[in-house]
Design a protein around this ligand. Sequence first.
Ligand SMILES: Cc1cc2nc3c(=O)[nH]c(=O)nc-3n(C[C@H](O)[C@H](O)[C@H](O)COP(=O)(O)OP(=O)(O)OC[C@H]3O[C@@H](n4cnc5c(N)ncnc54)[C@H](O)[C@@H]3O)c2cc1C
Length: 407
Amino acid sequence: MENAVNASTAGSGGQIVVAGAGYAGLHVTLRLTAKLRDHPEVELTLVDRHDYHQAITELPRVASGTRAADAVRIPLQEMLATRVRFVQTEINGFDLAGRRLLTGAGPISWGRLVLALGSRPNDFAIPGLAERALSLYSASDAERVWAAVGKALTVAAAEADPERQRRLATVVVGGGGATGVELAGELAEILPAVAGSHGLAPDRPAVRLVEAGPTILAGSSAQLIDKAAKILSDLGVQVRTDATIAAATEDGFRLTDGQLVEGGVFVWAGGLKAPGLVADSELPTGHNGRVKVDQYLRVLDYPEIYVAGDLASVTDPGTGHVLPPLAQVALEEGETVARNLDAELRGKPLEAFTFRDKGFVVSVGTRRGVADIAGITTGGRLAHTLKDAIEWEYRQSVKHLRGWDPV
Ligand SMILES: Cc1cc2nc3c(=O)[nH]c(=O)nc-3n(C[C@H](O)[C@H](O)[C@H](O)COP(=O)(O)OP(=O)(O)OC[C@H]3O[C@@H](n4cnc5c(N)ncnc54)[C@H](O)[C@@H]3O)c2cc1C
């Protein structure tokens, strides 16, 4: 028999459930905690499969051994006030008509639901990719990448032939977006130094970055792309653009032109899509399975369900494009959702979501980076310091937001 979580309030309007404790869901929860001070009758429940929040933007550092995996797993207990009920369980589906989440801990009823389940890697059904390539979307994924790199260096060191050593000690990253660039840069900077501890000459490891489009960091300014490409080149990363992967084989990524990009470790950072349980639901979805929402971030035809973060398909009226899956966007959407839930409780009008772009910062290696902020492009140490500062500020904010309400 299923356990019914909070069966006493099943279907009641006083139950707000947030599904997902990532950037968007955690922000909604922390901001609502303060706003619900005057509404003791409202129950706030947060559901996630993990009992920690993951600082995903820091994963490239974990995947290159410069940060411990546990350092990016922030225990939710440290951030949530007692006002919030946390349920650690897997969400398996939705009973939309009955307004219930179907979970490993039993059904969880909502009066209002916030869906913030993030994304998962999209391999675009490229043959062999799921089996041959690692992904990078969780601390555990990042640990697997670093373990695979260590193993490859050890295996390479046991070979006598320098060419074979080079091939085995090469990491190939598929996808030249921010994740691919950050990972390639970190690894290229760190691998010559760690090669020695595996008994391998420092010139043996290599990093290759393969991008299907005409440029890395697509959508960024030409100056930023140029600066990032120069740093990658300086670090020895071999970048290939206009190179579409047709298949992943035992020996490497096979391109559509027949060429083989060889290596010993393969990581796929070439795309994202919505979680499977959303695709299998009756929720209205658009590009990459993201959920279609109205201007208040409520699901079309389901006004009692809000969506925030990667899962929401939100078109920027300024550009006409769907907003990219970024932590910055997730936090801003989370803020609007928290305000709108509060507005509903107070009988006030809802607020339309507007994205205020704060700029774009990408680390390239362990010391340098590139940034586009307020129309100014920088590259070098300053941009890397900026990235560190953003991550530090984020960590401070999640630890201090729980009782804070500026409005
Ligand atoms: C390697 C990497 C580097 C990045 N760097 C940057 C960067 O520098 N700057 C930037 O702005 N963005 C960056 N991003 C993008 C950013 O991380 C995402 O846009 C952001 O995490 C989206 O937040 P979210 O709340 O929608 O999802 P997430 O943060 O992924 O949170 C989703 C939550 O839902 C939970 N969940 C999912 N499914 C279930 C289920 N079935 N049951 C229970 N729980 C579930 C997960 O455990 C997770 O806690 C990066 C992404 C990656 C992969």
